[in-house]
Design a protein. Structure first.
Length: 281
């Protein structure tokens, strides 16, 4: 496995693989890898000749007062984990390699980025789409793999690929969870042991919603109220949003019908966690 930190070296290696006609699978990450990331990497390994991951904590997608500085980093551990999945190349550039002085170009997907995390984190998706567009140009993947845990991000990137006629397929894989149901996240590391115990309420609230829908409840307000009650059982939880949206426009629905995304964002102290489920009635 190769570790590459500069763009010219990466471009040279990718060009050589392309010339050989090899397919390229790509998993962009911010590192501090966990089983969620590894599940994407294993799939990318399975489905492609050459498998690349990126590890880059992208300052552009962090707002003021967010956790860019504190975001956990451990490149040595990450490269060992990447190698264990059969990864061929880890691209881990510096900030100045990606955004040299004078950098001035940004990619923005409108509408889909307005609600949910886009409303709570202004500028976040602009950062995501800009860095992922750059990474796609560099890695030139046939397939790129993303997690359902960041459902809005996946939809936004699918839209970017479609609108900009990018020549690759985006594959979205299921959320990997801890045994108690908490979605794996690099940010779980920030939680105190008390908060970690309480954090299961995100998953519990989604299960409550699923159970209500299974029993025939369709009113979004009633489902959301019950979810709020469940989350409120955790003393330290502060709800950022509880939303039920359609899966095309991500617009809030008043009644559950067809395919809907139920999404939550909850803060424990400074740590903001998200989770979601897709339901179909
Ligand atoms: P991140 O490093 O948090 O930017 O995540 C990199 C990729 O891993 C994104 O496509 C995430 O959606 C995905 N991912 C993060 N957590 C999970 C999880 N628990 N299960 C599945 N995919 C995940």
């Amino acid at each position: 496995m190769q570790l590459v930190t500069d763009i010219p070296s990466l471009k040279g290696i990718i060009e050589e693989k392309k010339q050989k006609g090899l397919s390229i699978g790509f998993v962009p990450t911010m590192g501090f890898l966990h089983e969620g990331h590894l599940s994407l990497m294993r799939k990318a390994r399975e489905e492609n000749d050459f498998m690349v991951i990126s590890i880059f904590v992208n300052p552009l997608q962090f707002g003021e007062g967010e956790d860019y500085e504190e975001y956990p980093r451990d490149l040595e551990r990450d490269t060992a984990l990447a190698e264990s999945t059969g990864c061929d190349l880890v691209f881990s550039p510096s900030v100045s390699e990606m955004y040299p002085p004078g950098y001035a170009t940004f990619v923005q997907v409108e509408k889909l980025t307005e609600g949910l995390c886009g409303a709570s984190r202004p500028g976040h998706f602009l950062g995501v789409t800009t860095v992922v567009a750059k990474l796609f140009n560099l890695v030139r993947p046939d397939r790129a793999y993303f997690g359902q845990k960041d459902a809005q991000q996946a939809l936004v990137l699918i839209k970017m690929v479609e609108d900009l006629n990018m020549n690759l397929e985006i594959i979205v894989l299921p959320t990997v969870r801890e045994p108690d149901g908490l979605a794996m996240s690099s940010r779980n590391k920030y939680l105190t042991s008390e908060q970690r115990k309480e954090a299961v309420v995100l998953y519990k609230s989604l299960k409550v919603a699923e159970a209500l829908i299974r029993k025939g409840e369709r009113e979004a307000e009633i489902i959301k109220e019950n979810m709020f009650k469940t989350i409120s059982e955790a003393k330290q939880a502060q709800v950022d949003y509880i939303e039920i949206v359609d899966t095309k426009q991500l617009s809030p629905v008043s009644r559950v019908k067809g395919r809907c995304l139920i999404a939550v964002a909850v803060k424990f102290g400074q740590t903001r966690l998200i989770d979601n489920v897709l339901v179909e009635v």
